[in-house]
Design a protein around this ligand. Structure first.
Ligand code: NDP
Length: 390
């Protein structure tokens, strides 16, 4: 039996993971399930899957979780320290699907106990890629990518000589505003930004897809995880979201990974790795799909892509600054304080202010230093929002 924990179990990725595991319950021993505010979902999944422990990130919700788990064999706990403790419990495979940098400390704890970490939480890799990779190496643990583009690259590299790779192409749907006139973007509402043309995901990543901050995170993620140089990583708009990534080799071959936009493929690949097993993902009918389009993204529409290159050029803690400023700018957009188009202006300003400081120039940061920089960048993003506040 594979011992499994799911961090962020109540979210979109967490629920898709549970869907896969729930189809073959005899194969898995559930150690920990964690969530945030959705206590009903957390408790019902913990009961059904007989998890050892269920943890909410919010201490004030502990009585509600205890009540919902009364009479079951599942222990209840709450708060950031309890999340880390749960992630540290021995498990063979841990899904990292908390949204935002809040996933970093639990992800590190899972690596410290030697688990295979299936990493959907790209923010932790952007904020502290070297720290995660170093921790995995030190504890004989492994990180498997779950982001569909990175899973695609990972699969295209199987059996290949990494030194023969010359380029990777990460595709992007272009999000909700791909075809909007540029002049209209400043008026985009939260509801409009929260609707994705192809993928069904959590609200934050859906808005990040509309701004392409999500793609910017993915470019940095590819740089950190696979070690590709910034000029080897390209982004192409691909409205159909069927080709997830392409890997180019020195002989001119481009290996494409093609599949329906269903995260259960990438999750299932990481769950079954190094084997392939049947997954409940619809077969792709390419004849019905018809034309597959590709075009270069317009950086006036998507300034986040330029910022990603700046982050990779700066190195050190620039990723932590970028991610924190982006998370805060997104909070302010969702709260109605910032225009959609001002999110990138805020992140640009914070990055310019902080990325060149001596604290940020550290290529082997500790978790404390990442947290310190994250805190500074959030504060600075609040100040940058004040001057643009609606
Ligand atoms: P969701 O918003 O759907 O779910 C997020 C999960 O994290 C929920 O379980 C939520 O709990 C929990 N959570 C929220 N805030 C905190 C916190 N402060 N501390 C601990 N837990 C918290 O997000 P997604 O599933 O869409 O995304 C999860 C991660 O996967 C993100 O990093 C995203 O970028 C990445 N990803 C997602 C994809 C997708 O298709 N959705 C594709 C590729 C990557 P609750 O809901 O109970 O409040």
């Amino acid at each position: 039996m594979k011992r499994v924990s799911i961090l962020g179990a109540t979210g979109s990725i967490g629920q898709s993971t549970i869907d896969l595991i729930g189809r073959d319950p005899a194969a898995y021993d559930l150690v920990a399930l964690t969530g945030g505010r959705n206590i009903a979902q957390l408790a019902s999944d913990a009961r059904r899957l007989r998890a050892d422990i269920a943890v909410t990130a919010h201490e004030d919700l502990l009585p509600e979780l205890r009540g919902a788990l009364a009479g079951s064999a599942t222990e209840a706990a709450a708060g950031p320290a309890a999340l880390v403790e749960a992630a540290h419990r021995p498990a063979d495979w841990v899904m990292s699907a908390i949204v935002g940098v809040a996933g970093l400390a639990p992800g590190l704890a899972a690596l410290q106990q030697g688990a295979t970490l299936a990493l959907a939480n790209k923010e932790s890799l952007v904020a502290a890629g070297q720290l995660l990779l170093r921790t995995a190496r030190a504890h004989g643990a492994r990180i498997l990518p779950v982001d569909s583009e990175h899973s695609a690259i990972f699969q295209a590299l199987v059996g290949e000589d990494a030194s023969a790779v010359t380029r990777v192409v990460i595709t992007a749907s272009g999000g909700a505003f791909r075809d909007w006139p540029l002049a209209r973007l400043a008026q985009a509402t939260v509801a409009e930004a929260s609707s994705h043309p192809n993928w069904d995901m959590g609200q934050r990543i859906t808005i990040d897809s509309a701004s392409m901050f999500n793609k910017a995170l993915e470019v940095i993620e590819a740089h950190e995880f696979f070690g590709f140089a910034p000029d080897q990583i390209e982004v192409l708009l691909h409205p159909q979201s069927l080709v997830h990534a392409l890997v180019g080799f020195c002989d001119g071959a481009l290996m494409a990974h093609v599949g329906p936009p269903d995260m259960r493929h990438a999750i299932g690949y990481a769950l079954n790795w190094p084997h392939r097993r049947p997954l409940p993902v619809p077969a792709l009918d390419l004849a019905a799909a018809g034309v597959l389009e590709f075009r270069a993204p317009d950086e006036t529409r998507y300034p986040a892509l330029r910022l990603a290159r700046e982050v990779m050029g700066e190195g050190g803690l620039a990723g932590a600054i970028f991610n924190a400023a982006k998370e805060r700018a997104l909070d302010h957009f969702i709260a109605g304080h910032l225009r959609f188009t001002d999110m990138s202006a805020v992140v640009d300003e914070v990055l310019s202010d902080l990325a060149a400081t001596s604290d940020a120039r550290n290529d082997a940061p500790t978790l404390d230093l990442v947290a310190h920089m994250d805190h500074l960048a959030r504060h600075r993003a609040d100040m940058a929002t004040e001057t643009r506040k609606l």
